[in-house]
Design a protein around this ligand. Structure first.
Ligand SMILES: [Zn+2]
Ligand SMILES: [Zn+2]
Length: 270
């Protein structure tokens, strides 16, 4: 008698492994699921050919950030301005420890929903889509750096979420390019309040001051290197700036930031 194992789950890998180890169990999970539950776009319901959660039309509605954008924080600027001479209102009076940020798109619409799906609804496989989009639109920027590092999560946030969202995307970018990825270089000391719960930039800055340190054994690998620090969303830039500060303390040459999204209105958006 054969046993049929059906796994209706995003990750069928472990179920398949189980089938391989047990000859009496037949793996028909994928074909059957495809017939009974065709893969649909999470936003508009269109049936998808590829294993994804968003159709091309919905994907094309993402508001990509292209030139001109602020040379400090990566926020889009009105057309006609030149990037070299113009900063956004926020950056005109502020300084950051990092050199510049570039974001894939504005933190709104489908991009915001995709990031929420990824972070809070555990659609972990979305890291591949995000890596693809970043490589498609930010390849030159990424490849201008020696080392890619991801923003660390606090221990409590990691155990709550089960994964570091920035780590997975940065590692995938590294796999598809020649750029070196170091995943555990930065330690996040203690548990600051979530930045999303703080409304002013000043409070956000003091909330993360001295929050990060670089592991001693990594310092020789970072010495005089051009670092690209990856995070999911940049809001006020306070966390990224403080992280860059710790990297400069470890004697790196330069720190730039790469983010999926730039949040434009108010800090309490993630
Ligand atoms: Zn769609
Ligand atoms: Zn700016």
């Amino acid at each position: 008698m054969s046993v049929i194992l059906i796994c209706i789950d995003e990750d069928v890998h472990s179920a398949r492994q189980y089938c391989k180890m047990n000859n009496s169990i037949v793996d028909i999970s994928r074909p059957l699921i495809n017939i009974l539950f065709p893969n649909r776009c999470s936003f508009c319901g269109r049936i998808l050919e590829k294993r994804s959660c968003i159709c091309r039309r919905c994907l094309s509605s993402i508001e990509l950030i292209e030139q001109p954008f602020c040379p400090g924080c990566g926020a889009p600027l009105p057309a006609g301005l030149t990037t070299d001479e113009n900063s956004c209102n926020q950056c005109r009076d502020l300084t950051f420890h990092y050199n510049k940020n570039e974001s894939l798109g504005v933190f709104n619409g489908k991009l915001r929903e995709l990031i929420h799906l990824y972070k809070f609804n555990r659609r972990r496989s979305l890291y591949r889509l995000f890596a693809e989009l970043l490589l498609k639109h930010k390849m030159q920027y990424i490849m201008d750096h020696d080392i890619l590092i991801s923003m660390p999560l606090s221990r409590s946030r990691y155990s709550e979420r089960g994964f570091n969202q920035s780590h997975l995307i940065a590692r995938e970018i590294s796999k598809r390019t020649a750029i070196t990825f170091y995943g555990n270089v930065i330690i996040r000391k203690g548990n600051a309040q979530p930045q999303s719960k703080i409304t002013t930039r000043k409070e956000r800055l003091s909330n993360v001051t001295d929050l990060f340190i670089i592991k001693r054994r990594w310092r020789e690998f970072l010495y005089k290197k051009n670092i690209l620090l990856f995070d999911d969303v940049l809001t006020t830039g306070a966390t990224a700036s403080e992280c860059a500060h710790s990297l400069f303390n470890a004697k790196v040459r330069n720190v730039d930031i790469l983010t999926l999204a730039r949040a434009l209105r108010g800090p309490s958006t993630v």
